[in-house]
Design a protein around this ligand. Sequence first.
Ligand SMILES: [Mg+2]
Length: 439
Amino acid sequence: MTKLAYHLLEQTRSNRPVALKPSRAHGTTHARPGAERESITHRPSQLVSPAIMAIGRFQICGGPGSKGPRPRPGNGCPIKPPFPSMARKILHLDMDAFFAAIEVLRRPELAGQPLVVGGRGDPNERGVVSTASYEARKYGIHSAMPLRTAHRLCPHAVFLPVDYREYSRVSAIIKDLLRRFSTSIEDAGIDEAYLDITESELPSEHIASAIKQQINQATGLTCSIGIGANKLLAKIASDLDKPNGLTILGEADLEKRVWPLPVRKLPGVGPKTDEKLKQMGLRTIGALAEQPMARLVEAFGQAHGRWLYEAARGIDERPLVTHWEPRSMSHETTFQRDVGDWQVLARTLTRLVRRVARELRQEGYVGRTVTVKLRYGDFETHTHEKTLEEPTADPDAVQRAALECFAHFPLEKEVRLIGVRVGDLHKALATHTTSIAAS
Ligand SMILES: [Mg+2]
């Protein structure tokens, strides 16, 4: 923890300290009848301000010092301890219903109502749900669901258009704030981040509480934080007590808190893997942890099988990605009504190309491959790619290539979606960037 971060944390403390208490709702975690010892390691002697208490609910389960029984899957076969060491302390932060929460801030009258943010905010149009408020989720509405389906599930929900500009603005405030707490940060999306807090001398929950409080002060929003020995466990933890949660997963918590979860809760398990695991009779992470690696590798291939084997045991050696280079930049658009007129398609493609080229230049990249994607009304999707002689960010060069690709598509059917991607990116040389910027 840097001096600055410590100073900020000190600021969050008030003169009237109160005892740190675990969340009552999850009290069973700490007081299992017959358990040899409680896994809670942070006694009420630790003091935090009432302000912190007001923002976060605490769930502190185990920790580096706790000595719970070694995890064993249900059939009793011993497995490798999942924590080779508590060498790392990783914090995962996830904003609560981010887009919806920002909309409620702007329009307080929407508080408590089922709210769906997606597309242009019209449930009769094409588009998917970006964020549903917690009230809307009670009706079964979730992200990536078509807006029309969401409307059917909850006709009285409020539908709002996506306002990326505003969400990005708030996101930048949050990310700036996080940099006060660690220099090692992975930006995991507009409303998510991982922080490596291993170096900090302060208890994890103090850091988490300070982050929650400062985000709330700066933006009026709440977030959920999870802390674990790696990215995988931190992410699982942040999801355990949403919204406004603070969960620390220690060594003894894998068996009690992670293994009973459905396999779908494991990062990297999507609908297809979930379905396949169900067919194999594996419904919980604990059931997955009982499987020999050979069976998983046979079913899912070397890389994915290995990941499932290790993830179910809480093992994840992935480092934080604190810096990344984009591999491609792209834009696509779905038409409100399928389009058969090739001139409309070509005009749309040109507009998308200009946008991609502008972003390439803004970010200082040049690309060598241009790909055009077309999805027909029946969802059949085709792509065509052209490799350029020289990497470029020049809109005319990209446009020429894109239109050449476009000419390869049969236009016998109406088109639902069109998109363009520039890939094989390289950092533009300074002289190149300057000449383009000047043009
Ligand atoms: Mg979120």
